[in-house]
Design a protein around this ligand. Structure first.
Ligand code: BQF
Length: 286
């Protein structure tokens, strides 16, 4: 078996963004305007600032319009909700995203509920969450959608395979488990309290790790030939970006593995562009 192939998320994300770029041109010709993504950041969290910059840059690359709205950390929840409502009512805005996490005095759930579900490019609104779990056509959260594209890029058949997702967040673990289930994988959701995590992860033909703990998964926890997807975004002692998977040891055992950086992260951004197109189209056709 061919071990240790690296799945190039950066290259795949470039393909997806190029696809979006030509879609943007077609949409502009057909509807007389480009899709517009609106990104809201509250406060000055340095990681969040990098992420929103990545999103605005990607939008520019695809040729779509974007707006970056930077709000002070002290803004009241009511004021933020008012800004969102304005954008909900703005016919020139197709996608609205509020960068998480938010300052502690703001209730994230209220914020997410306030974004119009038609403009919810993150797929976090309860209408989209329920749509995903009921198998309806809806916006799929960007990271889970990107993970599925990465898995599909290596041509592995999911039907009948064992998929283990480590992590149970609403943003990654739970939705990616549902997407794997839709593809007829047998899905196990493990997490930080799973007893003998290694015994569970060793069952996986496809292993998705989204916990937020550097080095959580090591080579002896991976089944030989497994596809390993690392969703972690941690900084080590030297300030270097690293995932939840110990790349050096897992790479020797896995058939395919995503690196950090350059794996899931770029695909998250690319799928955000796809979701913006999706929102634009459903609004234009409503
Ligand atoms: C790369 C995110 C945790 C919490 C909130 C490219 C990104 C990251 C890495 C990026 C992430 C992570 C984003 C790389 C957006 C992914 O080259 O490896 C892009 O911008 N991401 C976010 O918006 O919120 C997060 C992780």
């Amino acid at each position: 078996m061919n071990m240790g192939n690296i799945i190039d998320g950066k290259a795949l994300s470039a393909l997806v963004k190029d696809e979006v770029r030509s879609e943007v041109q077609e949409l502009e010709a057909r509807f007389g305007r480009k899709p517009c993504l609106c990104v809201i950041i509250v406060g000055e969290n340095p990681a969040s600032q990098v992420y929103v910059r990545n999103k605005v840059k990607a939008a520019a690359y695809t040729g779509m319009d974007s707006r970056l709205i930077e709000l002070p950390a002290e803004i009241s929840e009511e004021e933020l909700l008012d800004r969102i409502r304005e954008l909900n009512d703005d016919p020139l805005v197709d996608g609205i995203l509020v960068q998480l996490p938010l300052p502690k005095h703001i209730n994230e759930e209220r914020v997410i509920d306030t974004i119009s579900r038609e403009k919810d490019v993150d797929g976090f609104h309860p209408a989209n969450v329920s749509g995903l779990w009921l198998g309806k056509d809806c916006i799929v959260p960007c990271t889970p959608a990107g993970i599925m594209r990465l898995i599909d890029s290596v041509g592995v058949e999911l039907k009948g395979k064992m998929a283990v997702v480590v992590g149970r967040s609403n943003i990654v673990g739970k939705p990616v488990a549902k997407l794997l289930l839709d593809r007829h994988a047998t899905v196990v959701i493990a997490h930080s309290r799973t007893a003998d995590l290694g015994a569970v992860t060793r069952l996986a033909d496809v292993l998705v790790v989204a916990v937020g703990k550097a080095g959580l998964v090591t080579g002896e926890m991976v089944k030989p030939g497994a596809v390993v997807i690392d969703v972690g975004m941690n900084r080590n002692a030297e300030g270097k970006l690293c995932g939840d998977v110990d790349f050096a040891s897992c790479e020797k055992v896995a058939s395919w593995i995503t690196p950090v950086p350059g794996g899931v992260g770029p695909m998250t951004i690319a799928m955000l562009m796809k979701n913006t197109i999706h929102c634009f189209l459903s609004r234009m056709q409503a």
